[in-house]
Structure formats: C-alpha cells, structure tokens
Design a protein around this ligand. Structure first.
Ligand SMILES: C[S@@+](CC[C@H](N)C(=O)[O-])C[C@H]1O[C@@H](n2cnc3c(N)ncnc32)[C@H](O)[C@@H]1O
Length: 196
C-alpha cells in the first residue's frame, strides 16, 4: 500500500477527472479518499460482482467526490468522451487481459485522456530470464495455476506493450521495480507514466 499510495497514486500526480481501469475491489480508494484535487472518479470494472466491494470501499473511506462505476471493458469505453479525462490510474490490470487487448486498452486510454493527461500504472512483469532465470522459469511453470488464483493474472513482458506506445503517447516513462512482498514470484513489477 505504501508503494501504491505514496509513489504511484500520490496526491501530486492524481487530480481532476479521474478514471480507474480495473477498479477491482476498490483497493485504491485507500490512496484516493483524502485527495482534494480529485473532481470525480469513474471506475471501469467489467466484473459486475466487484462493484459490490468497490461500493463498500467508497462507504468505508467516506469518499467525498462523485464516483461512477461502469461495466464496460477498458478496450472500448463507449461511455467516456474523447479528451475528457485528466488522470487514468491502473494497477495490476494489463497482466490479466489476453493479447491483443493490452495494446487496444492503452490506445483507448489515449483516446479518452485530454492533451497532457497522464496514465499512471503499476503492473506485474515477467522476470528477466538473464537476471533471474530461476524465477522466470518458475513463473512460466506455475502460470496456468496462477492465472486462476490471481484473477487472470499472467507473467508477461509488460514493458514491451509500453514500448509500443512510444509512437502513440507523447511521453512513455517507466522503471522496473521490486514490490516489497515476500513472494519472489510477484516481486518484479513496472511502474510508469504515459503522457498524452
Ligand atoms: C488483478 S485485478 C486488479 C484489481 C485492482 N486494480 C488491484 O490493484 O488490486 C484485475 C482487474 O482488472 C479487471 N479487468 C479485466 N479485464 C478488464 C478490461 N477489459 N477492462 C477493465 N478492467 C478489466 C478485472 O475484472 C479485475 O478486477
């Protein structure tokens, strides 16, 4: 939560009309609830069953801004106008959608962002086979089971999707980080910002 709230979703970064892709249980409301720079929040979460938990999280955190949840897929956000969003946030979503959806999602996110708007993300990543060969092999071995346990989450080279976006967004910055969790399998991650 420290990484989420103080680095990826810090108040200095997240503001205005905010869109979250893959709201899930609403875990990120813990980072957003006291951000006075947020005007309103739209959560794109196709799994309707998650809306119950996300709504409960808005109550628990006493969210002061308007919240709207949508069951659309972020690959086709027909209910969001082009150039209308100041900040998009997305944590651990790209890993849970199959090809070619990650690319479609990032292009659709670009459409809804206003010029200069930012997409802030935190994602799991496949460990580099040259740096961590054992973890990499283990990730590949366990992936069929992990996909079931982790709500569709796979171990993928997320950086490749972001590199592809360098011709779409005006800036793509990301860095490889280690998440402070005891499980080696999910330690490697990427945090990044894509600017329209
Ligand atoms: C691994 S969970 C992460 C949830 C939450 N963001 C977090 O940090 O814990 C991935 C979420 O992405 C959602 N998701 C899957 N496909 C999606 C899509 N096409 N558009 C938007 N969200 C999607 C899933 O329903 C799930 O809630």
């Amino acid at each position: 939560m420290n990484l989420r709230c103080n680095e990826v979703l810090s108040h200095s970064r997240i503001h205005g009309h905010v869109l979250e892709i893959g709201t899930g249980t609403g875990i990120n409301f813990a980072c957003l609830h006291n951000n006075t720079r947020i005007i309103d929040y739209t959560g794109i979460e196709p799994n309707y069953h998650m809306h119950y938990y996300a709504n409960a999280a808005t109550d628990r955190w006493n969210i002061p801004f308007k919240v709207r949840l949508s069951t659309n897929s972020a690959t086709n956000m027909t209910d969001i106008e082009s150039n209308s969003i100041d900040t998009i946030i997305m944590t651990f979503v790209l890993c849970s959608i199959p090809d070619p959806l990650p690319k479609q999602l990032l292009i659709e996110a670009h459409r809804v962002l206003r010029s200069g708007g930012e997409l802030h993300l935190l994602e799991h990543v496949l460990s580099d086979p040259n740096v961590k060969p054992i973890t990499n092999s283990f990730q590949k071995l366990i992936e069929p089971i992990w996909t079931i346990v982790g709500d569709g989450c796979r171990f993928i080279p997320t950086g490749n999707y972001l590199d592809e976006m360098k011709t779409v967004y005006s800036k793509v910055n990301y860095e490889n980080i280690e998440i402070p969790v005891p499980l080696l399998l999910i330690k490697d991650a990427i945090k990044g910002v894509l600017i329209k």
